[in-house]
Design a protein around this ligand. Structure first.
Ligand code: CA
Length: 242
């Protein structure tokens, strides 16, 4: 196989813990990672190492993320993905106007971040984006067929539309079908370890999945509740409701 043509990803983030977990997630995907912890260092490393993508926190010491974005964009077409705070709508808009390509809102899940990074690298025409973790790309369980790479789903042979979060949740169920998945695990996998929201969100998503998958959503036979613990996805119909 030809060596990957993708250069490193420059992660600009002053919060060490976030930078570290982002670095870990990207390296696990086969990408090289450089880290800069302030705006000035970001520009230095950018100019010295010519990364293939810049992941840019907007709240930075020394030189703001918006300044870094503007300066990088004035000399390069490298994809820039911003990391923004939830309540920083104005920054997001400013960043996009300054030429950033996409943004991820904190707190984000690593899955989401990695998929945005991949999408931008592909869009930029990087031929050698390392292959995805070798997992089956078409998942089948019960009435559901998920084409993960194409983000398409069929239930009993009919195409069904799922929101991104519903799709992610369904993917987690299908990859571990038959196993008990606790609420904590599901929330962490789909919404990320830093998710502080209402755990009702999970139940709402499960309910919506049932409406799309089950013949009788009130009497689920595939996506079943394990009382007090979590959920389980069954290939074959459950013999009795649990
Ligand atoms: Ca910051």
């Amino acid at each position: 196989m030809a060596p990957s043509a993708v250069g490193p990803v420059l992660v600009v983030e002053d919060e060490g813990a976030i930078a570290e977990s982002v670095q870990y997630a990207l390296e696990r995907e086969g990408l090289d990672v450089l880290v800069a912890s302030d705006g000035e260092q970001a520009l230095e490393r950018f100019r010295a190492e010519r990364p293939s993508l810049v992941l840019l926190d907007l709240m930075l010491p020394k030189l703001s993320g918006l300044d870094v974005c503007r300066l990088i964009r004035s000399e390069s077409t490298v994809p820039i993905v911003m990391l923004t705070a939830k309540d920083a709508e104005a920054d997001k808009v400013a960043g996009l106007e300054l030429g950033a390509d996409d943004y991820v809102t904190k707190p984000f899940s690593m899955r989401e971040l990695v998929s945005r990074v991949r999408a931008q690298l592909r869009r930029a025409g990087m031929p050698g984006v390392p292959a995805e973790t070798p997992e089956p790309e078409v998942l089948r369980a019960g009435p559901v067929v998920l084409d993960v790479a194409r983000h398409e789903a069929r239930v009993r042979g009919e195409p069904v539309a799922f929101t991104p979060k519903e799709f992610e949740l369904l993917e987690v169920f299908l990859r571990r079908r038959g196993r008990l998945l606790t609420r904590e695990l599901l929330i962490e996998e789909v919404w990320g370890p830093d998710y502080f929201g209402d755990t009702k969100t999970l139940d709402v998503h499960v309910k919506r999945l049932r409406q799309k998958i089950e013949q009788d959503p009130h009497c689920p036979v595939h996506l079943v509740t394990v009382r007090g613990l979590g959920y389980r996805f069954l290939d074959d119909e459950a013999r009795s409701a649990s």
